[in-house]
Design a protein around this ligand. Structure first.
Ligand code: FAD
Length: 547
């Protein structure tokens, strides 16, 4: 038998590191098993200078802007993750090879990186409303406490009081908001002059809450306003799970084990969990033993491991994913202005539309000024010949704004995951079916039209709508929903997978519903909560092994 720990965590993403945190702090022996890819090519090449300085002065910029293999030049449609630049593409390395899928109408992204998908995330961090937490199956009062703990740990900046306050959950532990850029300032001013009319229509606008620092935390520095956030992370301003992983790794009771691909788990009669996997690119089976197991392999990764371990091949489980639309716009009120030099590249503003005026069906959109992702990415989409298109786009560039709209998602029978058996675990395929009902498509279309009307009212002319395909939001969940009902293939409110004694789930697969808000802050808060539950549930038995 292999090494034995108090708790084994599978995955080092946003969910995994915050589940491990309270356990490591309490002195438990925690092993985190991960594939753990890293960027070994570009990070050291990117100077900590502003985008314009780099464009003017760095002779090596083509290496990271375009990629050594020109992998930064998009060739197909928009698809999922168009903003994943060459220095971030390690996040998706081996996503297909290590995780075979059958998903003809869905474009999923999976990560096998140290820090998972949040190595490339946009850091938009709105807490869910209590009503949304209830629909997710989460105990709202408990999660509220953990929002504050996690927000303090990772640093969330934003306005404590603005018009978005009523359509988001409470977050007291906030840093001051980051500065907004020239486009956002004007749009916000225009909204403020008409806010009563907007609110009568159920539309609210304010600054985006971001897991990016405006004040230092330890060695992490406030955002440098270099407009390089899609390429690098100067001063670790934007929160990425590797920040927490580094902190955990300082502790002798934390063991980060890679590069291993976990395949399955089982529980033995003495109440221990055995986790088996293999070194990637190897075949020999490795076994690790723990008193509890926390699954944080990402919503799709956890689904694969749980269904395989419980031998539930060919059985459908529910699946949800936030539908996602891009609305590229010309902010005509900013035409003729130069792009502001000092700015960040993250989301600037958030618009929330409440179509039913009861906060139960919110739609959310984020605005981004388009500059540092560069015009060549847009050329393919432009309805103009390339040469002329580029000239026109250069002139319009400082007023390019992209709104990214997200809708909520509820489970239904046309959205599911099912594991199909291969000749060995490595060739099992996760089949994903995802179809939106005609009624959902109609409702989303109406909401997007309302959002576009209001975007126009703040000075943005929408050029078109781009539907990048199902899966492109990369917000997945719902396979083992948290519920009080004692049903197979669900998790209980403590986070424990039903039918097991000590297997817990902390990633999106335990969320019964996906509101129209990025799920990651909630995943981190819930993971911190479940990590605490594991500590309390198994306290007595674990104390003996830690001592
Ligand atoms: C471009 C982009 C932008 C985004 N922007 C936002 C945003 O602004 N706001 C927001 O809330 N969310 C955003 N998201 C979504 C966010 O990144 C995810 O919700 C979050 O990272 C999920 O974290 P996780 O830890 O649950 O899973 P993951 O990040 O998927 O981590 C999974 C971990 O498990 C490991 N793993 C997987 N399978 C195995 C296995 N079999 N064996 C061993 N290890 C394994 C992986 O190596 C990885 O470490 C964005 C995502 C992308 C791609």
């Amino acid at each position: 038998m292999g090494p034995s720990f108090d708790v084994i965590v599978v995955g080092s993403g946003a969910s995994g590191v915050h589940a491990a945190y309270p356990l490591v702090q309490a002195g438990r022996q925690v092993a985190m098993i991960d594939v753990g890819h890293e960027d070994d090519r570009y990070r050291s090449l990117i100077p900590s200078a502003s985008f314009m300085d780099i464009r003017r002065n760095d002779p090596h910029q083509h290496r990271y802007f375009l990629g050594d293999d020109l992998e930064g030049i998009p060739l197909g449609g928009v698809g999922a993750g168009p903003q994943i630049t060459p220095p971030r593409q390690f996040v998706l390395r081996d996503g297909e090879a290590l995780a075979p899928k059958l998903a003809p109408d869905f474009f999923p992204l999976e990560s096998f990186a140290m820090g998972g998908l949040a190595g490339a995330w946009g850091a938009v961090s709105f807490p869910f409303l209590d009503s949304e937490l209830h629909r997710c199956g989460l105990p709202a009062a408990e999660v509220q406490k953990h929002y504050q703990i996690v927000a303090q740990r990772i640093g969330v900046s934003g306005k404590a009081h603005d018009d978005l306050e009523s359509v988001r959950g409470r977050l007291a532990a906030m840093q001051p908001a980051l500065e907004v850029d020239h486009n956002a300032r004007k749009m916000l001013g225009r909204y403020q002059a008409r806010r009563e009319a907007f609110q009568r229509a159920g539309v609210y606008l304010g600054q985006t809450l971001l897991a990016a620092l405006s004040q230092p935390i330890g060695a992490r520095q406030p955002n440098a306003y270099n407009d390089m956030d899609f390429w690098t992370n100067t001063g670790d301003s934007v929160y990425r799970p590797e920040v927490t992983l580094r902190e955990l790794s300082q502790r002798p009771n934390f063991h980060y084990l890679r590069p291993f691909l976990v395949e399955s788990f089982s529980e033995n009669v003495s109440g221990q969990v055995q986790v088996s996997g293999r070194r990637i690119h190897g075949t020999a089976t490795e076994i690790w033993t723990g008193r509890a197991l926390i699954m944080a392999a990402g919503s799709l990764g956890t689904t694969r491991i749980v269904l395989r371990s419980l031998k539930k091949y060919d059985q459908r489980v529910p699946f949800t994913c936030n539908p996602h639309t891009y609305i590229p716009c010309i902010h005509y009120r900013a035409l003729g202005q130069l792009h502001q030099e000092r700015c960040h590249s993250l989301a600037q503003l958030t618009m929330v539309y409440d179509p039913t005026r009861d906060h139960n069906n919110l739609v959310q959109a984020q605005s981004y000024s388009y500059r540092s992702l560069m015009l060549f990415r847009l050329l393919q989409q432009a309805p103009l010949p390339y040469r002329e298109g580029l000239r026109i786009m250069r002139a319009l560039a400082p007023s390019f704004v992209i709104w990214v709209v997200q809708h909520d998602d509820v489970p239904d029978s046309a959205k599911y995951c099912v594991l199909r058996r291969g000749s060995d675990p490595a060739s099992d395929r996760l089949e994903i079916g995802y179809r939106l009902s005609t009624e959902s498509v109609r409702r989303q279309d109406e909401c997007e039209k309302t959002i576009m009307r209001h975007i126009r009212k703040i000075g943005c002319y929408p050029i078109k709508r781009v539907h990048p395909g199902h899966g492109s939001s990369v917000h997945y969940g719902g396979q083992f929903p948290m519920t009080r009902d004692d049903k197979p293939l669900t998790t209980d409110p403590a986070g424990r997978l039903r039918g097991t004694k000590a297997v817990y789930i902390v990633d999106g697969s335990s969320l019964a519903y996906l509101p129209a808000k990025g799920p990651t802050l909630t995943l981190m808060a819930n993971a911190n909560r479940v990590g605490g539950n594991v500590l309390t549930d198994g306290m007595d038995s674990m104390r003996s092994s830690a001592s």
